[in-house]
Design a protein around this ligand. Sequence first.
Ligand SMILES: C[S@@+](CC[C@H](N)C(=O)[O-])C[C@H]1O[C@@H](n2cnc3c(N)ncnc32)[C@H](O)[C@@H]1O
Length: 288
Amino acid sequence: MGQMTANRWQGKRRQYMFALSSTNRQHEWETLVADAADSFSSPFPHFHCRKNAGQKGKPFELAVDAGCGTGRSTRTLAPYFQKVIGIDVSESQLSVARKCTSNENISYQISPAEELPLEDASVDLINAGLAAHWFNPEKFGQEAARVLKHGGCLALHSFSLVFEIEYKDKSEELTAAFSEAWKILFEFNKKVDGEMKAMYQELFSAIPFKDKQRINGIREVFFLTVSEIMSFLQAICSYKKFLEQDKDKATAFLQGLEKRFLDILGEPASDVRLGFHVYYFCLLASKP
Ligand SMILES: C[S@@+](CC[C@H](N)C(=O)[O-])C[C@H]1O[C@@H](n2cnc3c(N)ncnc32)[C@H](O)[C@@H]1O
């Protein structure tokens, strides 16, 4: 593991992940950047938080959000860079991103992550959230090496598909019920899961910098009602495959799980919010 990367990101990783994976955690991203500017040579040596720009230096110049989709994490990066470019291969995703974005320093371009429409050594940060497993690892690694500045960083994150549910003294039972259901659902998507794991291993190997590391177990907590947890399950690919195969069974499966949750809670629970813990992993690397 690259010691330099470890030092640069020490203690900042959670906030970084929270910030990039969620739209309502702006303050944590601000803390990260402020801390980075204040307390160490910063993950990007020439990068400083915009709010400190007058005293401490210039803000980062350019971030690229590769596989930006609807621009969720692209917008989170906006306050800290002079310019942020979201790129994606899907015009329909980009058109939603454009509609949802009012920041003047963000632009979107259609392009594969493996052929970025950018000059050599021009980028401070390449971020990819829940997207890099679609990229060609070798080509993307080479492209990152081409466009990143010296000291520029690559940050790729994704779900690790581990979940926990927290509520008073019911956490263990609720987590067990959810895990059982998740296991059943994952039978419908085993191949994709296996391929995704392998892709991130390949991506890690293909990053052509010595200074790189994988960070596991980065947690984010959402406070969801039982019906919101059911909606989450309904939206995932595995459940959609289950529905395609057997609509009645799939519907009964979710109803059964919802009832089990409510039985465990044992109280009128439609408004109760449970802590839904999601775990991420992240690949971080820095160009020498
Ligand atoms: C699950 S979405 C993630 C979107 C967004 N980053 C987020 O966190 O919400 C994955 C995105 O990667 C895009 N994508 C897939 N392959 C790509 C490639 N080779 N180059 C650029 N984008 C790609 C898809 O079009 C899709 O919008």
